[in-house]
Write a protein that binds this ligand. Structure first.
Ligand SMILES: Nc1ncnc2c1ncn2[C@@H]1O[C@H](COP(=O)(O)OP(=O)(O)OP(=O)(O)O)[C@@H](O)[C@H]1O
Length: 667
């Protein structure tokens, strides 16, 4: 706002300004625009008696004009402090400030209106720095932060149920690795059992099918590309019908993953102990069943087990005794715990429950086996009074605790990771938002290609400049605005006049949005003069169509000048004024660049610009004056130009100039 206003330099030259349209005292006019958006009165012009003359007083009710209200007595040039110099509030790093600075229909209004603006309120570089700077967040701090605010300290669940749901419903592409890990543990257990305990139908009958089941699951989980990739179609239904590989289905479905996990660990856990039925039937419960199973077994392996007379002998000869198989079962139990633990992304509480259930069932089975007691009696002489079940349970409980600590740590890390990713995503979005806003802001100040350059280039220290061999330059001024401008009390020291100028310039700016005029760049306003250039596109002018571009640039400027005149005519009708546009156009080489550091400004320089300015300043109201070269191009493209003859141009001598024929010539 400050920038915009500071550029407006209106000189009244101390002359009393006459009202351009005599009005009756007390008369009030409501002025409406033609388009629907502007059908509400945007200006109310009242007259008051002042020294016998009716003077215009505008009270503008449009939002745009509110931008000029309440900015202190200095007509919006800053926040005036009573009794002191005006203080300027610089925009802070937070984009909210930028947004708040500008209301609707004003420069940067597109930012305030964008939905992004809402996000910006949440954004601050501070937050990003605090959360993302690695050296400021040690693991311990992170733990404290999480357990305190985001995670339940015992359950490690997110306090926010939505977050918890999101975490649980995450896809787990690593599941196939866990599946493979569990299978490897199972293979280890198989090798151990096959190497140590006697092979029999039960051993093969349990390990074999379990192995096949595990392999099938591993295969399915790793199967990612079974479906032929169909070409993308426009019909959504065809997408739905297209086959999804089983690996993806498993990775995406939490229920399926848990079901596979439960099934596989149950099978592995069962395989760890199921062969004990080969050796010693459980009392009463399965004695008959076991004796049936034992029928037909290899007598050389098991005959001695059923022979009570052999038991004492076996105990006396531990080398060949079945009690030596006990460690295999104990290791098998531990390995089944390991198989549970390898499923890293399954909830640690579920895994803990399964481990406990698995060990309780194992110990329950072991407690019915006499040779486990015998093993205890022969190998453990330190605490003979403690039952072997308790001792076995203690050893396996230690394993459970170790696995549980590991699982807990892994889950904590996984949840922390999830939180960080979520926060990072938000922050990345915010950074993107801020980058977008910077772009919008820069594009409001600079031409798009220059803004792009400043946004992408790291080296902004060098003077930015561009050389063009042929650019059209236009100065369009409203010479009689000076006569209209009045700093009397009636006009609030010129504020009301300034509002009308603002209205005119905003209308002119709107015309630039038309695609036809995309080659035109507004350079600035100098008082009531509107300065433009066409053809400021780096890299485009050296193409083979350079001469056509030159013509196009000049034609665009002339058409734009005619449109400005048409628009000003409409404003005149609405505001009962008689403003006239005086336009000067020239073309030729210019140098463009950005000058200034705090308030950088894009501008163009060169003789072409000076002459264009002179074409305006020595031109005529309501006419477009061009140089001879520009006129030739215009006439070549079908425009009618009227030779003004030799015209004295300050600093350039006498030049032959032309007026472009327009429908406003006779008005
Ligand atoms: N980049 C620019 N922006 C605005 N006006 C410009 C620019 N370049 C030149 N002019 C205007 O062109 C006119 C001609 O400039 P020139 O350098 O020929 O003469 P000058 O002696 O500097 O101008 P003057 O006699 O009006 O003070 C000047 O009025 C100047 O303000």
């Amino acid at each position: 706002m400050e920038n915009c206003m500071a550029e407006v330099n209106i000189s009244t030259e101390g002359k009393p300004i006459e009202c351009s349209e005599p009005l009756n005292v007390g008369e009030e006019m409501s002025v409406c625009h033609e388009n629907p958006e502007q059908t509400k009165p945007i200006m109310k012009m009242e007259t008051e008696s002042l020294n016998g003359n009716a003077k215009p007083r505008f009270s503008i009710t449009s939002e745009r004009n509110n931008s000029l209200v309440d900015q202190g007595s200095g007509i919006g040039l800053g926040n005036a402090t009573p009794g002191g110099p005006p203080t300027r509030s610089r925009p802070s790093s937070k984009m909210t400030k930028y947004v708040e600075c500008w209301g609707a229909d004003k420069p940067f209004a597109n930012i305030a209106e964008s939905t992004l603006a809402k996000n910006i309120e949440l954004t601050s570089m501070d937050m990003i720095e605090t959360n993302l700077l690695p050296n400021r967040n040690s693991c311990l701090e992170c733990r404290k932060w999480l357990s305190g605010e985001d995670l339940h300290p015992a359950l490690l669940w997110f306090r926010n149920p939505v977050q918890e749901d999101e975490y649980r419903s995450q896809s787990d592409s690593e599941f196939r690795y866990y599946m493979a890990g569990a299978t490897i543990v199972f293979i280890g257990m198989c090798i151990m059992q096959l190497a140590t305990i006697p092979k029999g139908i039960i051993l093969y009958g349990t390990l074999g099918p379990t192995f096949i089941v595990l392999l099938v699951f591993v295969y399915l989980c790793w199967l990612e590309g079974c479906c032929s990739s169909k070409p993308a179609t426009d019909t959504p239904l065809e997408h739905i019908d297209s086959c999804v590989p089983p690996g993806r289905i498993v990775a995406d479905s939490r229920c399926l993953r848990i079901a596979i996990f439960l099934l596989t660990v149950t099978l592995i856990s069962a395989c760890a102990v199921v062969t004990v039925v080969d050796y010693e039937p459980l009392p009463n419960l399965v004695s008959n069943a076991t004796s049936l199973i034992l029928e037909g077994r290899n007598a050389s392996d098991y005959g001695e087990i059923n022979d009570p007379s052999n038991t004492t002998a076996l105990m006396g000869d531990p080398e060949n005794s079945i009690i030596e198989y006990v460690p295999t079962y104990l290791y098998g139990s531990a390995m089944s715990l390991c198989a549970i633990s390898v499923y890293l992304r399954i909830g640690f509480l579920l895994k803990l429950g399964l481990m406990v259930a698995s060990i309780i069932s194992h110990i329950y089975v072991y407690s019915y086996l006499k040779f486990f007691q015998d093993y205890h009696d022969t190998h453990d002489d330190k605490f003979p009074n403690i039952p072997f079940e308790i001792k076995t349970a203690l050893v396996l409980t230690v394993a459970i605790i170790l696995f549980h600590i590991l699982d807990r740590q892994i889950e904590f890390t996984s949840r922390t990771d999830f939180l960080w990713k979520a926060k990072l995503k938000v922050e990345q979005e915010e950074v993107e938002t801020m980058r977008g806003i910077n772009k919008i802001l820069l594009e409001n100040i600079l031409p798009a290609h220059v803004a792009e350059k400043f946004l992408t280039s790291r080296n902004t220290q060098d003077l930015y400049h561009e050389r063009y061999s042929c650019v059209g330059v236009m100065f369009a001024s409203i010479p009689n605005y000076k006569e209209f401008y009045d700093e009397s009390d009636v006009n609030k020291q010129g504020l009301e006049c300034l509002r009308l100028l603002n209205e005119i310039i905003c209308e002119f700016d709107k015309l630039l949005l038309k695609p036809k005029f995309s080659c035109i760049e507004k350079i600035k306003t100098i008082g009531s003069t509107y300065m433009l250039a066409s053809g400021l596109r780096p890299g485009k002018e050296n193409s083979g169509e350079a001469s056509r571009k030159e013509e196009y640039n000049i034609i665009a400027l002339v058409d734009f000048a005619v449109l400005l005149m048409t628009n000003l005519d409409q404003i005149n009708r609405d505001s009962f004024q008689r403003f006239k546009l005086r336009v000067g156009i020239n073309h030729g080489p210019v140098i463009a660049g950005v000058v200034g550091a705090q308030k950088p400004q894009y501008d163009i320089w060169g003789n072409t610009v000076n002459v264009a300015s002179r074409m305006d300043s020595c031109g005529m109201m309501g006419r477009i004056q061009v140089t001879e070269d520009t006129a030739k191009i215009l006439m070549h493209t079908g425009y009618t130009c009227e030779c003004r003859g030799p015209t004295f141009v300050k600093g350039k001598g006498t030049l032959t100039t032309y007026f472009v024929k327009t429908q406003f010539d006779d008005k």
